[in-house]
Design a binder for this molecule. Structure first.
Ligand code: FAD
Length: 822
């Protein structure tokens, strides 16, 4: 028997088994329990080592803002706001939720553009926003110093809540539908058998569970490691001050955000609370968080917080004229990219993660609980969640040195400018290509993806190798244009070593891959197949190439950022089958030689025949290059004749040097990832995670040509067959913005005849078109067809301004795809 306390939780006694076990009774764990029971999954047990909310939740400021950096994060936050509004009526537990609104201010033109772009994105998520002048800003916030401001955005329905009361309401709702909530019992370790979770070991014995959800806040990394699951997050110190009561402070003030000053300010019972996102944060307890750290606080540190407090005083002078009741410092879990983790751990089946909330856990809790509960109940997420998916994490990110450096940067970036193409400054040089030094010496300016240093652009003679950020054409604009021009007219050389690469071998390799790939990979040796891996709904889980390298051997190549996820997908498909998968990512360098002169250049270095007959498009051969054996695969992401050369690590530099040496006679230019992005956008090639995700099918994405419907079976076939019979009501469309001065990035609203019909999934400048290009899905019940596009007027909204756009189902560059077969 268990003993119940006032909130209906239990203080002792744990069940022997449960269907879903949640570790952690903060707002996230309680929201997951609440939503699981709402979905009808009622055999749910939540285990909390202390008391509910005792981790980070109890001391949160309780801001519930709706507008986030991307569309999917905004959808989750807006769901939370709606839920918190209704929770009290449902559970009878007061939550303290109210909607005083919020005001974000900008003190310079670039910040103003960021805010305006955000306001445009808000339209795609149904978040009401109002651009207000400074008089109105002062009217809403009389203590605001507007002297140096250029504009302000008001979001009338932004909220504030009591984190503790809201958590208790969620727990109450969960318990009313059957969830058990056990307090005062710690989970000591997780239990897994043969890559599957089987339960947990607690201080009071073992609990068997089919599914375990880690909602353990700053403790999650340590706990997950007990079964080899990687959750790279780290506790950081996080500060706010609370003033003495200030008579001039009106009740119900909107939350004030001054991102340029790293500060937010809210009213609380006639006092002001000001919180900070300082540029360099303090990592706390790298080696792990003690189990008994309940309702804990950390020491004040005025030396650290003083400079940002001064900026807060500049924006709200009253903060400097009153007494302070409290400088609060408490730990919160931050992640390397500032976005939380949700979803199934790639390493162990049945283990889910919801952790690392980067100081937005209260406002994200409703949405995170909703989508995670659906994910567990349905075994797939209810929407594209690639941005928050735990399968974007990499093992190296779990290392102490990496976390120490990166996390102190990532906290500050939450309020920093979200510049397009912004690069991290910390924890760099984790993974280097064998030609790293060579390209660095040649002027490469690097960006980081999956820990790899990748050349984004090559500085021209005398140009400083730094980014000068803006929302317009940045300082690499000309340099990248030169690179694109070379690829379109001569030849470009890309270091693509960061590609994730897997060798798949064994007696069942053909069978397994035929089941996973939507395209046929049971092809003759030496064929390179572009394919998607689909889920049962036909949604695209992965977008990659599979080359048959032997009777029972395949080489799988995918984007660097998708490495963990795609490997996990493949491993699951191979379980219990006679297949070995080897991660060859760090054994093999990849160089892309792309452009109409690629053949003439490569033929100077190899004895192999390279003409169309001897080496057709979408084939792969072992050839000699400068005396070294490499695998050459004739594919392109740039939309030109070209080869990807896969060179063994130890010979990579020699091969690269030989290409560089032969290059000048052929107009060779080193080229980077910004150029690649332009080129692929011109050629209409999709980018997984942006233009194609697990909620988009190949038919919707215009990739039906890569689906082998004649195969008797592959995952997703039935769904795709059904969809094939229906009008194409949702379709990826390409756009050209008819204003040569504006750039597109992503999530801009698309309007048809003045009405909102979609949003861009990615955007990039095209040097061929002299305009920005974008992609985005459109929906139309009778089908998104050329004819429908022809009779429509399209606009794309950029920073609240509507700009005419041209739509096309085919790529703007080489729509007939003739150049890749030159
Ligand atoms: C100063 C500050 C201000 C903030 N302001 C805001 C705000 O205004 N808006 C906002 O949205 N967010 C805010 N946050 C962030 C927010 O508080 C967190 O993101 C959120 O509380 C995280 O909730 P959680 O459930 O993930 O973690 P926690 O609340 O820490 O819950 C995790 C729980 O797991 C338990 N646990 C861990 N390990 C075990 C184990 N082995 N066995 C059993 N139990 C275990 C812990 O005891 C803990 O109770 C703020 C944070 C700070 C520090």
């Amino acid at each position: 028997m268990t003993e119940q306390n006032a909130e209906g939780t239990t203080r002792s006694g744990v069940p022997d088994r449960t269907e879903v076990l949640i570790v952690g009774g903060g707002i996230i764990g309680c929201s997951v329990a609440y939503h699981l029971t709402r979905r009808g999954v009622t055999d749910v047990t939540l285990i909390e080592q202390g008391r509910l909310t005792c981790g980070t939740t109890w001391h949160a400021a309780g801001l519930v803002s709706q507008l986030k950096a991307t569309h999917s994060l905004t959808r989750l936050a807006t769901y939370s706001a709606r839920l918190f509004e209704e929770l009290e009526d449902e559970t009878g537990q007061a939550t303290g939720y109210r909607t005083p609104g919020s005001i974000s201010v900008a003190a310079d033109g670039e910040r103003w553009e960021e805010i305006l772009r955000g306001a445009s994105m808000a339209r795609t998520c149904d978040v009401e926003t109002e651009i207000i002048d400074l008089d109105r800003a002062r009217e809403l916030w009389p203590l605001l110093n507007t002297d140096d401001l250029v504009g302000a955005l008001y979001i009338p329905r932004d909220g504030q809540t009591s984190p503790v009361d809201t958590t208790i309401a969620l727990a109450k709702g969960a318990r009313a539908r059957g969830a058990r909530i056990v307090e005062g019992v710690a989970v000591e370790k997780l239990l897994a058998e043969r890559d599957r979770i089987v339960g947990v070991e607690t201080e009071q014995g073992r609990i068997e569970a089919e599914t375990v959800v880690l909602c353990s806040g700053i403790w999650t990394r340590q706990l997950a490691a007990t079964i080899g699951v990687n959750v790279p997050l780290q506790a950081c110190e996080h500060f706010y001050v609370v003033t003495e009561p200030i008579p001039e402070v009106e009740r119900g003030l909107p939350t004030l955000r001054d991102p340029g000053g790293y500060t937010y300010v809210k009213e609380e019972t006639g006092k002001l609370m000001a919180g900070f996102f300082e540029p360099r944060a303090k990592v706390w307890n790298l080696s792990g968080v003690p189990r008994d750290f309940a309702f804990g606080t950390l020491p004040e540190d005025w030396d650290h917080i003083g400079p940002v407090f001064e900026r807060a005083v500049h924006r709200v002078p009253a903060l400097g004229q009153c007494g302070l009741q409290l400088l609060f410092n408490g730990p919160e879990a931050f992640t390397p990219d500032g976005v939380y983790y949700l979803g199934p751990a790639p390493e162990v089946d049945g283990c889910f993660v919801a952790a690392g909330f980067n100081s937005v856990g209260i406002q994200s809790a409703g949405g995170a609980g909703w989508v995670l509960a659906d994910w567990i109940a349905d075994r797939h997420p209810p929407m594209d969640l690639s941005a928050v998916d735990i399968r974007r994490a990499f093992t190296f990110q779990g290392e102490d040195d990496y976390l120490q450096e990166r996390i102190s940067e990532s906290l500050g970036l939450l309020y920093a400018m979200h510049w397009p193409f912004r690069q991290y400054e910390s924890a760099r040089n984790c993974r280097l290509s064998p030609v790293h030094d060579r390209i660095r010496d040649a002027g490469a300016v690097f960006g980081e993806v999956a820990g790899w240093e990748r050349p984004n652009w090559f500085a021209r003679d005398g140009q400083e190798r730094v980014y000068e950020y803006s929302y317009g054409k940045q300082n690499w604009f000309e340099a990248s244009g030169v690179e694109c021009h070379a690829v379109r007219n001569a030849v470009g050389l890309f270091d693509k070593t960061s590609f994730a690469k897997f060798r798949v071998e064994g007696a069942d390799a053909v069978d397994v891959l035929e089941g996973v790939c939507a395209n046929t990979v049971d092809v003759e040796e030496g064929k390179a197949v572009y394919t998607q891996w689909c889920n049962d709904r036909g949604g695209i889980e992965a977008d990659l190439t599979v080359t048959r390298t032997g009777e029972q051997e395949f080489f799988v190549v995918t984007a660097a950022a998708s490495g963990t996820r795609d490997l996990a997908w493949l491993r699951r498909a191979c379980r219990e089958r006679r297949v070995t998968i080897t991660d060859a990512t760090e054994e093999t360098a990849v160089f892309g030689l792309m452009g109409p002169s690629s053949r003439s250049l490569l033929s100077r270095l190899t004895r192999a025949e390279l003409d169309n007959e001897a080496f057709p498009f979408a084939t792969s051969q072992r050839i000699d290059v400068a005396g070294h054996e490499v695998r050459a695969t004739r594919l392109t992401y740039e939309g030109e004749l070209g080869w990807e050369l896969y060179a063994p690590w130890e010979h990579a530099l020699a091969v690269f040097d030989a290409i560089l040496e032969a290059g000048p006679n052929h107009g060779l230019q080193l080229a980077g990832y910004h150029a690649m992005n332009t080129l692929r956008m011109e050629a209409g090639y999709r980018d997984w995670g942006h233009d194609i995700t697990d909620e988009d099918t190949p038919l919707e994405a215009g990739l039906g040509f890569a689906v082998a419907f004649d195969k008797p079976s592959f995952r997703g076939r039935e769904a795709l067959l059904r969809q094939r019979e229906l009008p194409r009501t949702k379709r990826l469309v390409q756009f050209r913005l008819e204003d040569a001065d504006r750039l597109l990035y992503h999530d801009e609203p698309i309007l048809r005849d003045g009405a909102l019909v979609g949003r861009t999934s990615s955007g990039m400048w095209s040097y061929v078109e002299g305009r920005a290009l974008a992609m985005g899905y459109l929906q139309h019940p009778e089908g998104v067809t050329e004819e429908w596009l022809d009779v429509s007027d399209f606009e794309i909204e950029v920073a609240t301004e509507r700009i005419s756009a041209t739509a096309s189902l085919r790529s703007f560059y080489d729509p007939a795809k003739e150049r890749i077969r030159l």
